[in-house]
Design a protein around this ligand. Structure first.
Ligand code: G3I
Length: 417
């Protein structure tokens, strides 16, 4: 009899995997419930247009307990003129989080892209001409950075206390070969701009967690390719596919060296964000060993790590095959599982709510990179994440029998048509 009941539940759960998100509502725990159970921050990057769309908002509220403004907190949107701050878009997202007992990852204070023209007329093209490099002296640009960080961080600490719990203080400071990316900050201020940025952020908020956010693995990250113009990207394409230690990955080694120095000298830093932008056609992607290594070295420094921008792209303009979606699901699963298994990882953020609103839809490098289809239907990747969180946090405490969930979990990783 018990086997019959479990079998029936397994069939019910299996059938859910082909239903739309709304059809599943109330039948099984949502991702948010699972994440809350595990005290894990599970987030989605959003733009204001997403949260103003009722269908997307419903997906966000059911599945996330953290929100990341994908663009609204960046330098250009929030600080469009030297003496003008425009908080309205970011405030809308942070207020939504506050009203729904969610936290926010602040992304990002210092980056080369999406900079306002008054600051960097090349918009992050990196090859500042002497004319523009001379636009700022080191002292002036340090003052610009100090004002920006103090103003933005203080605005959120005072107006939305405790809602922003983590800041990406500096974003993408290194190139794939481990050298410093020649941003305006690097070229004008010099190597100590990262340390200064962390100190300014700590001055503005003594409690918020301060992160450096970086492409982790390697070498072959489509996110970086799409953002473009990093010559070391192409040079690294032929590099060895499987790497298992930070020392083998020049950018990781550089981040580790910097973080080690900061910890030893008492520069304020709480964690490293590793983005997790991937593509199913690359062999070089983070195998679990990569993340075990990551968890090990950050832990030895007393730091946290987070998966901050997870997506796994399929080719643009081509419908993913069941095999490709299975592969995609496994990659999501392995990344999320690496975090749930690590003592010092408590945050995973997916870089868009659904395929329809992923930023690459309009850019055309890749597509289909999220957990949920355009029509709201969960993909195999969603069920892989679901199963991973369920197994990590709930399997001993809920009435949903593990056998039933295993059916979804395993089935989700097989071709379904
Ligand atoms: O806001 C303007 C709008 O006024 C204008 O009409 C429109 C015309 O193209 O552009 C809008 O700006 C766009 C912006 O997104 C907001 O939608 C930019 O063109 C577009 O380049 C920008 O793309 C963002 C991208 O970073 C580049 O800055 C993506 O939305 C954002 O998701 C992406 O996120 C980055 C992370 O911040 C850092 N890590 C990599 C990641 C991309 O994989």
């Amino acid at each position: 009899m018990r086997q019959l009941v479990q079998g029936l539940i397994a069939i019910l759960l299996l059938s859910l995997s082909s239903l739309s998100y709304a059809q599943c509502d109330g039948l099984i725990p949502d991702l948010r419930e699972l994440a809350d159970e595990g005290d894990m921050n599970l987030g989605f990057a959003v733009n204001n247009s997403d949260i103003n769309n009722p269908d997307l908002l419903a997906i966000l509220l059911a599945n996330g307990n953290m929100v990341v403004p994908a663009n609204a907190l960046k330098f250009g949107p929030i600080h469009p003129e030297r003496d003008v701050y425009n908080f309205s878009s970011a405030d809308q997202i942070v207020a939504l989080a506050q009203a729904n007992s969610m936290t926010v990852r602040g992304h990002t204070l210092v980056w080369h892209l999406q900079a306002p023209a008054w600051l960097d007329p090349t918009s992050g093209w990196l090859d500042l001409t002497p004319q523009w490099r001379e636009r700022w002296t080191r002292d002036e640009l340090i003052e610009v950075m100090r004002d920006h960080i103090h103003t933005v961080v203080t605005h959120y600490r005072e107006n939305f206390p405790g809602v922003i719990t983590q800041w990406d203080v500096v974003n993408e400071a290194f190139r794939a070969d481990g050298s410093r990316r020649p941003t305006i900050w690097q070229q004008v201020i010099g190597d100590d701009y990262i340390e200064l940025a962390l100190r300014f952020a700590r001055e503005a908020d003594p409690d918020v967690k301060l992160y450096l956010n970086e492409f982790y693995d390697s070498s072959v990250s489509l996110g970086e390719f799409a953002l473009g113009r990093d010559p070391t990207y192409e040079n690294s394409l032929g590099a060895s596919a499987v790497r298992s230690d930070c020392s083998d990955v020049p950018r990781c080694a550089a981040v580790r060296a910097l973080a080690t120095d900061f910890v030893q000298r008492g520069v304020p830093i709480d964690g490293i964000g590793f983005m997790g932008h991937h593509f199913i056609f690359n062999d070089d992607w983070p195998f679990p060993a990569d993340y075990e290594s990551l968890a090990g070295w950050t832990k030895s420094l007393g730091l946290s790590w987070a998966l901050t921008e997870v997506d796994v792209g399929l080719r643009a303009n081509v419908v993913g095959t069941p095999e490709q979606e299975r592969d995609q699901g496994l990659r999501f699963r392995k990344m999320v599982r690496a975090c749930t298994r690590a003592e010092n990882c408590d945050t995973v953020v997916f870089w868009a709510l659904t395929d329809a609103v992923h930023w690459q839809r309009d850019q055309g490098f890749w597509d289909g990179a999220t957990l949920i289809r355009d029509n709201g239907e969960p993909k195999p990747a969603y069920w892989n994440v679901y199963g991973t969180l369920y197994r990590a946090f709930l399997s001993s405490t809920t009435s949903v029998p593990d056998q039933g969930l295993s059916a979804i979990y395993n089935e989700a990783s097989k071709p379904t048509k």
